[in-house]
Design a protein around this ligand. Sequence first.
Ligand SMILES: CC(=O)N[C@H]1[C@@H](OP(=O)(O)OP(=O)(O)OC[C@H]2O[C@@H](n3ccc(=O)[nH]c3=O)[C@H](O)[C@@H]2O)O[C@H](CO)[C@@H](O)[C@@H]1O[C@H](C)C(=O)N[C@@H](C)C(=O)N[C@H](CCC(=O)O)C(=O)O
Ligand SMILES: Nc1ncnc2c1ncn2[C@@H]1O[C@H](COP(=O)(O)OP(=O)(O)OP(=O)(O)O)[C@@H](O)[C@H]1O
Ligand SMILES: N[C@H](CCC[C@H](N)C(=O)O)C(=O)O
Ligand SMILES: [Mg+2]
Length: 487
Amino acid sequence: MKVLKDILYKVSLVSTTGDMEVQIQDIVFDSRKVKEGSVFVAVPGTQVDGHDFIDKALALGAKAVIFEKLPSELQKGITYVQVVNSAKAMGIMAGNYFDNPSEKLKVVAVTGTNGKTTTVTLLHQLFMRMGYSTGLLSTVENKINEEVIPATHTTPDSVSIQALLKQMLEAGCTHCFMEASSHAIVQERIAGLKLAGAVFTNISHDHLDYHLTFDEYIKAKKKLFDELPKAAFALVNGDDKRGMVMLQNCKGSHQTFGLKTPAEFKAKIISNTLEGLELDINGTLIWFMMIGAFNAYNLLGVLGTAVLLGEEEEEVLRELSGIKGARGRFDRISIGGVTAIVDYAHTPDALDNVLKTINGVRTGVEQLITIVGCGGNRDKTKRPIMAKIAVQESDKVILTSDNPRFEDPMDILKDMQTGIGVSEIRKSLTIEDRKEAIKTACMLSNKGDIILIAGKGHEDYQEIKGVKHHFDDAEIVTEYLTQLTQS
Ligand SMILES: CC(=O)N[C@H]1[C@@H](OP(=O)(O)OP(=O)(O)OC[C@H]2O[C@@H](n3ccc(=O)[nH]c3=O)[C@H](O)[C@@H]2O)O[C@H](CO)[C@@H](O)[C@@H]1O[C@H](C)C(=O)N[C@@H](C)C(=O)N[C@H](CCC(=O)O)C(=O)O
Ligand SMILES: Nc1ncnc2c1ncn2[C@@H]1O[C@H](COP(=O)(O)OP(=O)(O)OP(=O)(O)O)[C@@H](O)[C@H]1O
Ligand SMILES: N[C@H](CCC[C@H](N)C(=O)O)C(=O)O
Ligand SMILES: [Mg+2]
């Protein structure tokens, strides 16, 4: 329990009415979760406006309300606090409520279209191996040391972030590595966090449904760097033309990594096979278990972060060499001579990278069969582009359903089909049922062939009309390939 006035420390206030000494039980932004003694924060959303639920929150026992637009009627005995930006105010309040754990931890936020989960997972594993108690906030899972706390978002809401950081601190953690999605940056989920550093992996086509233009998407990522304190480091991919844009108004120390342009952290790829990567880093040859040139970038981001946090480069490279990365990223399953690769590529750039990696190491005699779909209620413009990349880079493509959410899967598939030219149409099949699509790919495959199952990676569900049904690409392909070897 905390006094309202204390949790409002550092929040930009417009006006206040009522008792600022009122005791607060918790901070809630969903009226349905309000309890006696909560402070309700009214946040304008994409679907509805939290201001419309102030009465509901008060009926359930909220003692104070934080808002941007003054309600038409004020109730007696309630404290009303008007702020400029309620989402931002909530982040700062959550920090104060949980005694600002980020001031006592080294928190590093990683942003970029692709590679966030891979980077933070490698960092978590690396720091654990180097003997630190470490926290992780990622798409796949949140972790306090090795304890797993299921993740619902890539970046949780601000109250959950601060609560998790507090638990990390109580468990003795010294570091936390977290993903900062563009949605989270815009929605101020990371407001109130003191960051030791921020990392930019890359930016390419995604989420235009939410940000509307590519410029707005870039601006969202840049906001993380614009708001970084002077003492923090900003580490960006110098080979991505938007890397320098991130640094334009950044007060933190400017650092870059890259394979092509001069950078503080640089490497040369010596070999790139399905077994791993061999890199030349400052004249030392090191072997990594990560596959694909794009992972050389992720490894450099990790190396740079660790060194900027004060670790010895030599020890970092030694430990990093033995780490596998995140679940569902280039996971290889070999049964009966067929290799299936389960990968979370759900953007055009990621799909292109993964397919080019496979094409770069295959002999060309075998078939490459790609199974791919696109999520519903997400950026529609990436659908034809992903289908086009898939047919260009594969021998056969099966278009199938991903997470249709509230859309008709056939509508999504029709959008994808528009990206396939007449000359390539013979290479593609459309099978809406993802299980059937995987089964068909297995039946079409011969010894030596490669099946790429893209888009869902670690996900163990398929989301249809608000319900998550158990679905695991790796589990299904294993089942069918095993059946085929036994028949
Ligand atoms: C589009 C989006 O990002 N939406 C997020 C946003 O919700 P919203 O703005 O749509 O909220 P809303 O439903 O309009 O409601 C507005 C406000 O009214 C409140 N409300 C609503 C109803 C009610 O009865 N009472 C009430 O008080 C809500 O709690 C909310 O505060 O804020 C919510 C609380 O933090 C998030 O849970 C929600 O994530 C939704 C579920 C989601 O699917 N988000 C995805 C797109 C997302 O965030 N993805 C990124 C990763 C993307 C990537 O890089 O790949 C992530 O970080 O996970
Ligand atoms: N540095 C990179 N550049 C381009 N593609 C990458 C990179 N790292 C990973 N990928 C590809 O992108 C996919 C997603 O990787 P990862 O989960 O690390 O990204 P993410 O940024 O966390 O994604 P999300 O936005 O869903 O959280 C991988 O499965 C791989 O296909
Ligand atoms: N974080 C991403 C995940 C996409 C994964 C893909 N399987 C899909 O459902 O579109 C998003 O919410 O857009
Ligand atoms: Mg992620």
